[in-house]
Design a protein. Structure first.
Length: 314
């Protein structure tokens, strides 16, 4: 056994022991996550893969799997990690109940990680943007790409959302779209659209034009050339003066836990890489291009606005 593995096994043992004591659980898990993140940066992909296998062979793994966020991420009941029901656990829309003490301690730890705080802040940021769009644009047309359960929209009253001409929810997951239909049944502006990103990029989805297009969790799974191409397609679907907002996780410590215990791999981008996702957009059509972050500093946003009709005329 390598020195890396010996030290990691010791930390796994300590974290497992720490889950028997509420006063030590958080610190032991924090130490484990910090060490895993350092290993992720130091080791080759092959070596890092072996670290994941070691972690999942340790007696702590069944305990972690008894916690619902870790379990759903690892099991992937819809065939992919990070599905909308997992996000509901993070948002507390679907609260975890009936957990034994160890599971409850792990759940509390994960719910208060920077990445989960960032996901909740991302939802609030988009709700604020929706509200602003409804204020500034008369009868706006809005598109949510890979919408999931679209919980950000549900922070606004249906009567508020009905100021929109149409609010299109696009996703390839039929179960997610069924939940959007159920939870937003009072929103007459809602339009459900089953569709794939592949069809969208290929130009086989006739969407029309929008005042606001946004995507919250999709780009974390797209390689850079695909991300750049999709950004260009979505930008072209904006009306003059319209805005495109894309979220992507920044490199975060929590990535190591997600990859080892949940086999949940995201593409973490630097601010420069997030801005580079606009590389195929014609800059002469861009009114504003900017990068922002939510308050936890774990998620970055690319925001692009299309020049207005008045600017074009001038």
């Amino acid at each position: 056994m390598t020195q890396h593995n010996i030290h990691l096994t010791k930390l796994l043992d300590q974290a497992l022991a720490g889950l028997r004591d509420e006063t030590t659980a958080h610190n032991r898990l924090e130490t484990l996550c910090e060490h895993l993140y350092r290993l992720r940066a130091e080791l080759s992909p092959r070596q890092w893969k072996s670290i994941g296998a070691l972690c999942r062979a340790h007696p702590i793994f069944p305990v972690l799997l008894s916690e619902p966020i870790t379990s759903r991420g690892f099991v992937k009941p819809r065939g992919y990690a990070g599905d909308a029901k997992l996000m509901d656990l993070i948002y507390s829309v679907q609260p975890a109940s009936g957990l034994r003490r160890e599971s409850r301690l792990v759940h509390s730890f994960l719910k208060n990680r920077p990445s989960t705080q960032g996901a909740r802040a991302r939802k609030l940021k988009l709700a604020t943007l929706l509200n602003r769009t409804l204020d500034e644009v008369e009868s706006p047309e809005i598109l949510s790409v890979a919408c999931g359960h679209m919980r950000e929209s549900q922070l606004l009253a249906p009567s508020r959302l009905n100021r929109a001409k149409r609010f299109v929810a696009l996703d390839q997951d039929e179960q997610s779209l069924q939940e959007v239909s159920r939870s937003m049944s009072e929103c007459s502006a809602l339009s459900i659209l089953p569709g794939s990103i592949r069809r969208l990029i290929a130009g086989r989805e006739e969407l029309g034009e929008f005042d606001l297009i946004y995507s919250l969790g999709l780009y974390d799974y797209l390689e850079q050339p695909v991300a750049a191409r999709l950004t260009q397609v979505l930008f072209d679907s904006l009306k003059p003066g319209g805005r495109l907002v894309i979220a992507n996780f920044l490199p975060v410590q929590d990535s190591a836990y997600m990859e080892t215990f949940m086999e949940w791999d995201l593409i973490y981008r630097t601010p420069e890489e997030i801005l580079e996702m606009a590389s195929e957009v014609h800059m002469t059509e861009v009114g504003e291009k900017r990068y922002t972050e939510e308050h936890s500093g774990t998620i970055g946003f690319l925001e692009l606005s299309k020049v207005s009709a008045m600017s074009v005329a001038a």
